[in-house]
Design a protein around this ligand. Structure first.
Ligand SMILES: [Zn+2]
Length: 367
């Protein structure tokens, strides 16, 4: 993740903090200093650090459980909204997914119990008295009580049976014991979305804006997970050559925007590759940049000056998933496909991929 800094390494896992997290520390320290001086500022920063220490332990729970199944976790990143353990892959075996997803909340539950016993089992106060005004530590006892409720909150929030929360993964794993993984994902996502709508309505009626925010987060998280898992399932084992367009018009790198407009008028193509007679690829002129070019500079402007010339070329043997990643990184709907002699042999486009996946899932449904 960009904008994050490495601060430590534990169990071979890089611990990173996002720049915005440092801003959060500064903001809390600063606002506390204004309210109550240096002691409050230090107290506020210390509490935030302790809370995020608990979050790190939660994420380490996931990472170490995943390691038992041979899945590496290159890094854990701390964001102001919480932590993210970037697992190399999500385990597909339901039992493994269940263990990995449950490990985080289990750690938080243990921490909560430990802090509660350290507080002398004092009653948890859920009132908001004093919150936001003073973060100074009244007594070690109240700090322990606070950390108890934070960890309890982490358990409850993460056990919401909705993606991207741990509870969503636990639910999917449990459903996967009885049905296929794609069906389990779809059903888990549906349950999560129903829950999100319920949360949203409750949030509006109470009113509790935080609940509405969580509801949005959950609703789109569920839709996202369902879509990307469907894509992964459908495209497993497919390679670029399975969906690349091999019959397409191309133009010389020396042509003008007017020539490109003429070509688009008489074909169903959206993007025009510019390549030399030898097949060497120079750049890709997309429909949107062609339109922009015509507006800005007219039909006599050189096409190459509006073409994307820094696109990575892919080979036909590349896996779909890797080609998708490149598309996202470079924010392009189309990638050029080249052979070993670096000649352009095809175009890999999102549109074509969508068509192929529809065909594939139709074939699977028939079986
Ligand atoms: Zn978790």
């Amino acid at each position: 993740m960009s904008w994050s800094f490495r601060i430590a390494r534990v169990f071979g896992i890089e611990l990173r903090v996002h720049a915005t997290f440092l801003l959060l520390l500064l903001w809390i320290g600063g606002s506390q200093a204004i309210h109550g001086g240096l002691a409050n500022a230090l107290g506020g920063v210390l509490i935030v650090l302790l809370v995020f220490g608990c979050v790190v332990l939660h994420e380490l729970g996931h990472a170490l459980a995943a390691r038992r199944f041979g899945i590496r976790t290159p890094d854990i990143t701390l964001l102001p909204i919480g932590g993210v353990a970037h697992l190399e892959r999500i385990p597909e075996n339901p039992r493994e997914e269940l263990v990995v997803a449950a490990a985080g909340p289990a750690v938080s539950a243990v921490l909560s119990a430990l802090f509660w016993s350290a507080s002398g089992f004092s009653t948890l106060r859920w009132d908001r008295q004093g919150e936001g005004d003073s973060w100074g530590i009244a007594s070690p006892n109240s700090l322990m009580t606070y950390l108890t409720s934070i960890n309890l909150g982490l358990v409850l929030f993460n056990l919401l049976p909705a993606f991207p929360m741990d509870g969503g993964r636990i639910l999917r794993a449990c459903l996967s014991f009885r049905m296929g993984r794609p069906e389990a994902t779809r059903l888990a996502a549906k349950i999560g979305q129903v829950l999100a709508v319920g949360l949203g309505v409750a949030g509006l009626m109470l009113p509790a804006p935080v609940l509405v925010l969580i509801a949005f987060f959950v609703y789109f998280g569920a839709a996202n997970e369902a879509a990307s898992s469907e894509l992964l399932t459908a495209s497993r084992g497919l390679r670029v050559r399975d969906a690349m367009i091999t019959s397409f018009g191309h133009l010389s790198p020396l042509c003008k925007l007017g020539d490109a407009a003429g070509l688009l008028q008489h074909s169903s193509q959206h993007d025009i590759p510019l390549c030399a007679d030898t097949g060497e690829f120079f750049g890709l002129l997309t429909r949107s940049s062609l339109i922009l070019g015509l507006q800005q500079s007219g039909p006599d402007a050189p096409a190459l000056s509006y073409a994307k010339t820094d696109l990575p070329a892919v080979i036909p043997e590349l896996l779909f998933s890797e080609a998708f990643q490149l598309m996202q990184q470079h924010q392009t709907p189309t990638l050029p496909v080249i052979d070993q002699k670096k000649r352009l042999v095809g175009l890999f486009s999102q549109e074509k991929v969508g068509e192929l996946l529809l065909l594939e899932s139709a074939k699977k449904a028939h079986h």
